[in-house]
Design a protein around this ligand. Structure first.
Ligand SMILES: *[C@@H]1O[C@H](CO)[C@@H](O)[C@H](O)[C@H]1NC(C)=O
Ligand SMILES: *[C@@H]1O[C@H](CO)[C@@H](O)[C@H](O)[C@H]1NC(C)=O
Ligand SMILES: *[C@@H]1O[C@H](CO)[C@@H](O)[C@H](O)[C@H]1NC(C)=O
Length: 710
């Protein structure tokens, strides 16, 4: 993209000589940093007043206050008052953005033909009784807003000359009184920016403003007056809307992906506390732990806090802690017996980091997040944000871990750009009102802005919403990012049942991608492309299909069920004439796995059948797991299968789990004596491929068999 070049060109432009931006900021909040980035983007010369001074100007929730700003301005103006050509823009900074540069600002100021121009508002405050004294306007906003004004230095000096108020007196009232005094108004030569040519106050004016996307440029436009304001002020209850605009103007988000403190401090020193939350039965938990271990970050710099609310997952958590707990700097587990609720556990996890002076970052990770990017921790730290979340969504769904907007009652609302962001058509770092499931918080923020212990309760809101509500109030920053990175996705928990031994096997419908990753052989794709498909006997194909885990879990599931058919001919299936030769087996439908197995055949076997035996569509008749044992049923006499094709998947390992075994095709006098675990044989059933199961001489052999018919 051409943008970095544009940014650099701007770096060499001189400042507009006769323009100075003055602002008051006692703290460098996130909002202030955003303001400063937008000023840098357009090359404004900014002087910050009152930095690190104690704020005594009152609470911004009260209408009055702000007098401290007038005092600071009055002091600062002393040094500039003699410069008759100097134009000074005085604005707020915590909730202000520049949408254009100094040239446009100066042009518009001069067109206003006044020495001082104030922003204008639809609302009158703090004193409604003053309304009658306001001059009438034909078109535009009638009332003065003290959040932004621009004027010549000597005129501004005159404006604040008479200030003798206290720091917590109202600046708004002071400027209003000056303006409403006709003599002063004329003398200082003050007008209001009625039509938002320079200043756009968003309070009470949200409907007037839209974002216009044009090529690479984004600009906020006032539709009511058809103007392009230069300064956008998210005053009053419009912080969220300003955040939204701030995601785009002036393409600030391209700055935000940049890295300022990448290398320093990241080395071996930074300690992260990862809070892991297993709040409900969650599939693929052992994969979750193995991904956790693969995160590319020194384990001796990671502390783990695990909250497991589910009895069902006790074993998996225990075995992870036993096998790998020691690799980490520290580990603490809260189990189901501790009866700790979600919000309480999340508070506790954060608090552990907050209270540990060595902790630098808190990383919250819910068990349903499939975090595939092993660099996630490093990438998030590099963004250097107080609160930040990687974007994860459900596979091919619009469901994600962030909201683009809030409804008036504080619940989900879809923002205009939500779909584009989830589908990754817009890339960047976004200020959003709600995140969940996975996010990082700076420990220093937990000790300052977010130091109230109970972030996860707020009225009747659920824990995530309460957290976001509190963060929005305290930090004005809540982010969600994708600087070209893919982080992973979120599992669907909707149809997870826990009544089987290996419940993940049943997840082929709900979480097909994760199912595939766990159960389908890594070389299956090659087999699908025709590579790696062997032909050990005429018309008998042999290719990899299952992972070891799939084989093991299927066998264990069958043994767990345990009702093996006895092999006598009373079995209804045999009376029905499906099976020519009885075997010791358990059918997929006996363990309630029929639907899932057919889906597996359809998704993974059918594409290969249709390639190898073109012209056949695949329909499935029977599916079962066969057990061969020397003292039970060691072999199977020669027979035809009642199928057009048969697949026969070896579920364990010859030489280790059993000896002997294999399959012989009599007509071709051809045997496969060393079946490979996880590989399937596929051969014609009726007619040509009369075959027998060779004797298993030791141990137990398992195969999964399916009959396929056209
Ligand atoms: C400001 O001064 C200009 C002339 O310099 C005049 O036209 C204008 O009316 C004055 N405005 C006010 C509000 O006095
Ligand atoms: C997949 O194929 C490659 C190349 O033939 C081989 O090295 C690898 O071991 C195979 N993977 C498995 C799990 O068998
Ligand atoms: C089958 O093959 C084996 C060797 O693979 C051979 O010893 C045997 O004689 C063959 N049987 C027939 C009937 O051709």
């Amino acid at each position: 993209p051409p943008l970095p070049l544009i940014m650099c060109l701007l770096c060499f432009l001189p400042y507009a000589e006769n323009l100075l931006v003055l602002t008051v900021a006692t703290k460098q909040t996130e909002g202030f940093r955003r303001f400063r980035r937008s000023a840098q983007f357009f090359n404004y010369k900014v002087q910050v007043l009152g930095l690190d001074e104690e704020w005594k100007g009152g609470d911004d929730k009260k209408p009055a206050g702000g007098g401290q700003k007038v005092r600071l301005l009055k002091t600062a103006l002393k040094q500039y008052a003699d410069d008759a050509d100097l134009i000074i823009l005085f604005i707020e900074s915590y909730d202000v953005l520049f949408a254009s540069g100094p040239t446009e600002l100066l042009k518009k100021f001069k067109q206003a033909k006044s020495k001082v121009v104030f922003s204008a508002e639809n609302y009158i405050y703090p004193d409604r009784k003053l309304e009658a004294k306001y001059p009438q306007v034909r078109d535009g906003k009638r009332f003065l807003g003290s959040g932004g004004f621009i004027g010549y230095a000597p005129n501004l000096k005159k404006l604040v000359e008479e200030w003798k108020g206290q720091d917590d007196d109202s600046d708004q009232l002071f400027y209003t009184n000056v303006f409403l005094d006709p003599e002063k108004r004329e003398n200082i030569n003050i007008s209001l920016d009625h039509r938002s040519r320079i200043f756009q106050n968003l309070n009470g004016a949200l409907d007037e403003v839209v974002l216009k996307f044009e090529n690479a440029r984004v600009r906020a436009r006032n539709l009511l007056y058809d103007t392009l304001p230069v300064v956008i002020h998210g005053n009053g209850p419009t912080k969220l809307q300003l955040n939204y605009l701030g995601n785009y103007i002036p393409q600030i988000w391209t700055f935000e992906t940049g890295c300022t403190v990448c290398d320093e401090g990241l080395q071996s020193l930074t300690v992260i506390l990862i809070g892991i939350f297993i709040e409900q039965p969650t599939p693929f938990l052992s994969q979750f732990f193995s991904r956790l271990r693969k995160l590319h970050y020194p384990k001796q710099r990671i502390q783990l806090f695990i909250h497991n609310h589910e009895e069902h997952h006790l074993m998996q958590v225990d075995s992870f802690v036993k096998e790998h707990g020691k690799e980490y700097l520290a580990i603490k587990v809260i189990g189901p017996d501790d009866e700790m609720e979600n919000a309480e556990a999340r508070n506790l996890g954060m608090d552990l980091c907050r209270k540990d002076p060595d902790c630098d970052y808190y990383f919250s990770l819910d068990a349903e997040v499939v975090l595939k990017n092993t660099e996630t921790l490093r990438i998030l730290i590099e963004q250097n944000k107080l609160v930040i979340a990687p974007l994860v969504s459900r596979h091919e769904k619009l469901w994600s871990n962030f909201w683009g907007a809030l409804s008036p009652d504080g619940y989900y609302a879809r923002s205009e750009d939500y779909v584009d962001i989830v589908q990754r058509r817009r890339v960047g770092l976004w200020n959003v009102p709600y995140i969940s499931s996975v996010y990082m918080v700076k420990a220093s923020t937990l000790r300052s802005e977010l130091d109230q212990g109970d972030l996860f309760h707020s009225g009747k809101l659920d824990a995530d919403m309460a957290f976001c509500h509190n963060v929005r109030n305290q930090v004005n920053s809540h982010r969600n990012m994708r600087p070209g990175n893919k982080f992973g996705h979120i599992l669907s928990l909707e149809n997870y049942q826990t009544n089987h031994l290996h419940n993940d096997l049943w997840q082929i419908f709900s979480n097909p991608e994760d199912w595939r990753e766990k159960y389908i052989h890594e070389n299956y794709t090659a087999a699908l492309k025709g590579k790696l498909v062997e032909m050990p006997c005429p018309d008998v194909y042999w290719f990899p299909i299952f992972t070891d885990t799939a084989c093991d879990e299927l066998v264990e599931e069958m043994e767990h069920y345990g009702k093996w058919s006895t092999g006598d001919n009373t079995d209804s299936r045999i009376q029905g004439g499906y099976e020519n030769v009885p075997t010791i087996d358990i059918h997929m439908n006996q363990i309630g796995f029929e639907r899932e197995w057919y889906k597996f055949l359809l998704d993974y076997i059918a594409p290969i059948t249709e390639k190898l035996y073109p012209g056949y569509y695949t329909k499935f008749e029977l599916a079962f797991v066969v057990r061969y044992k020397p003292d039970e049923q060691p072999s199977l006499m020669p027979h035809h299968d009642a199928s057009t094709f048969t697949i026969n998947i070896a579920l364990n390992r010859v030489g280790i789990d059993y000896e002997g075994g294999g399959c012989r095709f009599l007509r071709y006098n051809c045997s496969i004596r060393a079946p490979r675990k996880g590989w399937t044989l596929m051969h014609p059933g009726r007619l040509t491929h009369y075959h027998e199961g060779l004797p298993t001489t030791k141990g137990t052999r398992y195969i999964a068999v399916s009959f396929l018919d056209p």
